[in-house]
Design a protein around this ligand. Structure first.
Ligand code: MG
Length: 121
């Protein structure tokens, strides 16, 4: 299985089954999961602390950093997917809806090549 042939529903079920088998649902409140997402994001950032932007592009492609950040991305996504499970959020609809909103906030003719926030375009 890889990104090309995996359904999001299968990942959601796998993560839910993992938590259920361990009776971890009692710990998976939206509050705790939101904090876990933030904690794992901080772990990802720590790997790049003090690197230049240029070196981060290079190092992310090389071991041992590549394996470490791959695991942190997995941690972040697992907790985000579990949050969606617990809160009964349809991830596909959420992403597509948000991308539509982002498209309105950041029209290509104004945002192309700019890192400014939509309020400053
Ligand atoms: Mg981690």
């Amino acid at each position: 299985m890889n990104d090309s042939d995996t359904q999001l529903k299968k990942l959601k079920d796998r993560i839910l089954d993992f938590a259920k088998a361990r009776e971890w649902e009692q710990f998976h409140s939206p509050k705790n999961l939101s904090m876990a997402i933030s904690a794992e994001s901080a772990e990802l950032m720590e790997h790049f602390l003090w690197q230049t932007a240029e070196s981060s592009f290079k190092e992310v492609m090389n071991q041992p950093l590549r394996q470490k950040v791959t695991e942190e991305i997995a941690d972040i996504l697992i907790f985000a997917i579990e949050f969606a499970n617990v809160a009964e959020i349809d991830i596909t609809n959420a992403i597509l809806d948000k991308m539509n909103k982002n498209g309105l906030k950041y029209p290509i003719e104004k945002a192309k090549g700019s890192s400014r926030k939509y309020t400053e375009l």
